[in-house]
Design a binder for this molecule. Structure first.
Ligand code: SF4
Length: 636
């Protein structure tokens, strides 16, 4: 029996299992005879040793975790680590408004991960014939260290790496630099790993001709990476196996989340199927797949039910890169089970209709990760996001109404962005978006490997692309020069130089402070914190309470109330003209809409209108959305 250990090293969040390794374990168990496969969730073990606060601070800094393990691979560079760590801890603490954590002792942390890696390498050298290492979450140098120590203890162990940090030329560069790596899987792992393990189990050499697999025999043929090998039918993939993670996490009372993909790829990304790198969000490199493949909603619901029951765990993340564009309501309906309370997290994209979000909320949606990225439609078009500012506002509004957590992010500094786009973003925030909770993250544009901007860098005014200089702080210069690393530095040509995005950072700070002040004032006065902009429908009048800036109330009656209610979901002017024919002619309708927009309680984009105030309670919003679902309108 060939023993296969699939290992997840730090710095994956300790509250989640490795979805990739859970899927691979299930696939290997089903497809490779004579093979005993297990997942080793070592990120949980290390998080336990370091303490949650220190682990999280390192995990949040994209280079601190790599630097720590690199310091054990290259001990001569170890002297710089305390400073790097203190910076990471200070940044994390500042984000939370806290002093640095008491358990953030750099030398203690180094000793702890050193001892863990030594002990783990010894156990794997004795217990595994093949070790698979996942490199997706700042795990590159943890994997180098572990590979080196396993080989030192038992050179006969076959070591194969996989994961998104090894895409393209990165995989070959790591294989060349570190002879301990016997093979690298590139792209989806199931088929290449199966082929490899079948050969190894038969006592044969690794295959040099299988797609998706770099070996010592074919490395020179694929300097830019091997062609990938994707699963044809995602519905035929077995249920991911989280048993090993659960066995590690449950005794520690870790509130972990079942991590399930309902699809592979991104439906908006058509770069793989068309060969045009620009047919997707131009900054994005998250999707390595050529094709989008989704499981039927019925199957997703059955898989969720099976996993929730197996692990007695109602916390589920549907971890698609971008949730399906159609069939969301069906998915929600199928996931909703009487008597069961799921805690669902889902990646949602602007454009999702309120009634679809409602169906997911009824199934237990508590946190939505929404790809908002911007509040200027011109800027969103520049990034080929495929969404508009009014769609973003409608999604924020729906989440706010249903009290769905929404730690959305904004992307600043995209190449070529203009001062006009910054000004439009700031105006939309200050005048309208502040009706909803502020963003969770501001991401300055990053040149990610394999994104359209990376592939066509000259088109975007980008030049002198190189590894980020921070790597040189903890890696030897020669290794730094040879490796293809995930974080890069670059220069802009005059055409690519983005505008100054400081005004947007300032606007988001004001936004945050405004919401904190609304909350603090209410708590001080013994009231439940109100929504920043909410409506109450009094039957023949509608009252809007606006707590942004100076608190004020607006009362709308007659056709004003009716128009506002009609636009609680986005409507075109043509829709409204037809709906209010007889009650208000086009000129009167324009006058009403313009006034509501000027009052900052409605948003207009081109010929579309959205009332911004949220229902005062989620059940009121849900009833309204249900009526809309039945009638295709908010009337009634
Ligand atoms: S950002 Fe999201 S929607 Fe855009 S291409 Fe990437 S995965 Fe797809």
């Amino acid at each position: 029996m060939m023993r296969v250990a699939l290992v997840s090293m730090p710095w994956l969040d300790s509250h989640v299992p490795s979805a990739a390794l859970a899927a691979l374990k299930a696939w290997v168990a089903a497809r490779v005879p004579g093979c005993a496969v297990a997942v080793w969730p070592e990120h949980v073990a290390v998080a336990r040793r370091l303490g949650r606060t220190a682990y999280r601070a390192i995990q949040e800094d994209s280079l601190a975790g790599e630097a720590l393990y690199a310091g054990l691979v290259y001990p001569e560079r170890r002297g710089v680590l305390p400073g790097l760590l203190r910076t990471a801890f200070a940044a994390d603490a500042a984000k939370a408004g806290m002093p640095p954590p008491p358990d953030a002792d750099p030398s203690g942390i180094l000793d702890a991960i050193d001892a863990h890696a030594a002990e783990l390498a010894g156990r794997l050298a004795a217990a595994a014939d093949v070790v698979g290492l996942s490199a997706t979450f700042h795990q590159l140098f943890a994997n180098v260290l572990l590979s080196r120590r396993i080989k030192a203890a038992n050179p006969g162990v076959f070591i194969v790496w996989g994961g998104s940090l090894l895409r393209g030329a990165a995989g070959p560069s790591f294989m060349r630099e570190y002879p301990e790596i016997d093979a690298v899987v590139q792209g989806e792992g199931e088929r290449p790993l199966e082929t490899l393990l079948v050969r190894l189990a038969a006592g044969q050499a690794p295959p040099d001709d299988g797609p998706g697999l770099l070996t010592r025999g074919n490395l020179d043929r694929f300097p830019a990476g091997a062609p990938v090998w994707e699963a044809d039918d995602v519905a035929a993939l077995p249920l991911p196996d989280f048993d090993d993670y659960a066995a590690a996490a449950d005794p520690l009372s870790v509130e972990w989340r079942i991590w399930l993909q309902t699809a592979r790829g991104c439906w908006w990304d058509r770069s793989g199927s068309t060969g045009d790198p620009k047919r997707r969000c131009l900054f994005c490199n998250m999707n390595e797949r050529r094709r989008y493949r989704a499981k039927p909603a019925r199957q997703v619901a059955a898989e969720v039910e099976a996993l929730v029951a197996r692990h007695a765990n109602p916390r589920v993340v549907l971890s698609d890169l971008c949730m399906r564009s159609t069939g969301l309501a069906e998915l929600g309906r199928r996931l909703a089970a009487p008597g069961r309370q799921l805690q669902l997290q889902i990646e949602l994209r602007a454009g999702a209709r309120p009634r679809d979000v409602l169906a997911l909320w009824e199934a237990g949606l508590t946190v939505a990760h929404t790809g908002v990225e911007g509040f200027s439609t011109a800027y969103l078009r520049r990034m080929n996001k495929g969404t508009t500012a009014i769609q973003n506002l409608e999604l924020l509004k729906t989440c706010a109404e249903l009290e769905i957590g929404n730690p959305f992010g904004l992307v600043t500094g995209f190449p070529g962005s203009t001062a006009a786009e910054v000004a439009e973003s700031v105006a939309t925030i200050d005048r309208y978006a502040t009706a909803y909770p502020p963003p969770g993250f501001l991401h300055e544009f990053d040149l990610t490997t394999g994104s359209a901007v990376d592939i066509l860098s000259a088109d975007f005014g980008i030049e002198e692309v190189r590894n980020h200089p921070r790597y040189a702080e903890f890696l030897p210069a020669e290794a730094c020069a040879r490796l293809v690393l995930p974080h890069r530095a670059w220069a802009y040509t005059p055409a690519g130089q983005p505008a100054d995005w400081t005004p947007l950072y300032d606007a988001c700070r004001r936004w945050q402070e405004m919401h904190e002040a609304i909350r603090a004032t209410a708590l001080r006065e013994g009231r439940t914190p109100p929504k920043a902009l909410a409506y109450l429908d009094g039957g023949d009048f509608l009252e809007i309470t606006d707590c942004r800036n100076e608190a004020r109330r607006l009362t709308l009656s007659g056709v004003w109330r009716d128009v506002y209610r009609e636009c609680l979901e986005t409507r075109t002017f043509a829709d409204l003209a037809a709906r209010f024919a007889g009650a208000a002619d086009a000129a009167r309708l324009r006058e009403i809409l313009d006034r509501l927009v000027a009052e900052r309680v409605m948003y207009a984009e081109e010929d579309r209108y959205l009332s911004l105030a949220v229902a005062s309670r989620p059940d009121i919003a849900a009833r309204r959305m249900k009526r809309s679902r039945k009638k295709g309108t908010v009337r009634g």
